[in-house]
Design a binder for this molecule. Structure first.
Ligand code: PAF
Length: 280
């Protein structure tokens, strides 16, 4: 079930295709939680067979980021995926994915890739799109499933699929949250008790934005930012309201559907979240 080589996973997927089974890919970096399992369950519902990739992609981490300490829990991940009935796991090494060490050819995320997460993490989205493109070529799924929690990632993956005519569908699954509202993330495990409490500022700011949506953009931003005043251990990185069609910031006159994006630091941990609102 677990394949570490490109040839191995390609042969296994070819076997599924010979049996005329449709394939959904769930790309992950491992350290699986219930949010990932929601992606797997959606994948199972829409395809005959599910491939989950587990690869902590060095290309999407900048200098000084958490590549080395990013949680790696392969045995537990594989056991969880077996319980979900996943047929195939692709868990390559960095040397298998990048045999030359670096890539000479890569995907460039463009203007939206340089905003928000891309401004705080230069090169992150180029690295993310490059590995996602490689995974699409290796597995050649009918559908790939992503989580709405990484809204900018979803926008850029959809845009890459459209721009490059990639022959697959993209399926997006709503964010899974703890009972108190914190969005599930593999990075939540870095948080101590104080940090965990402070991290609630993200979901609280989104709730405040939703509540103020009828009052217009300025009020949304003011109310959402105010949620960070209640927590000392968290530092707001960005808070922005974007048009879901372009992913560019909306202006004060905007009405209708919009997406609120928020990112913050709790100690050395960056957390992100987002929510859809209707500006009135
Ligand atoms: O969202 C993630 O976990 C990663 O960005 C992805 C899509 C698996 C690419 O490395």
């Amino acid at each position: 079930m677990v394949h570490g080589t490109v040839d191995g996973i390609r042969d296994a997927v070819a076997g599924l295709r010979d049996a005329r089974r449709t394939v959904a890919l769930v790309p992950t970096m491992g350290a699986l939680h219930d949010g990932h399992l929601a992606l797997v369950r959606r994948a199972r519902a829409i395809a005959d067979a599910v491939v989950v990739s587990i690869f902590v992609n060095p290309l999407q981490f900048g200098a000084g980021e958490d590549l080395d300490r990013y949680p790696r829990t392969l045995d537990a991940d594989v056991a969880a995926l077996a319980r979900e009935g996943v047929e195939l796991v692709f868990a390559p090494s960095a040397a298998e994915m990048y045999p030359e060490g670096a890539v000479e050819t890569s995907v460039v995320a463009g203007h939206v890739g340089s905003l928000y997460e891309g401004a705080s993490r230069p090169g992150h989205f180029d690295g993310m799109l490059t590995v996602v493109a490689k995974l699409f070529h290796i597995v050649q799924p009918d559908t790939a499933v992503f989580g709405q929690k990484d809204a900018q990632q979803v926008f850029l993956v959809r845009r890459m699929v459209a721009d490059l005519n990639a022959p697959l569908a993209i399926e997006v699954v709503p964010t899974v949250r703890e009972a108190d509202g914190l969005a599930l993330s593999s990075r939540n495990r870095y948080l101590d008790a104080d940090g965990r409490r402070a991290a609630l500022a993200l979901s609280e700011s989104l709730a405040a934005a939703e509540a103020a949506a009828g009052e217009g953009l300025d009020e949304v931003l003011a109310e959402a930012a105010a949620a960070f005043g209640d927590h000392e251990a968290i530092e707001l990185d960005y808070l922005v309201v974007v048009d879901p069609a372009t992913f560019l910031p909306v202006d004060e006159e905007a009405t209708g559907e919009a997406t609120v994006l928020v990112a913050a630091r709790v100690g050395g941990t960056r957390l992100i979240d987002n929510a859809g609102i209707v500006l009135g």
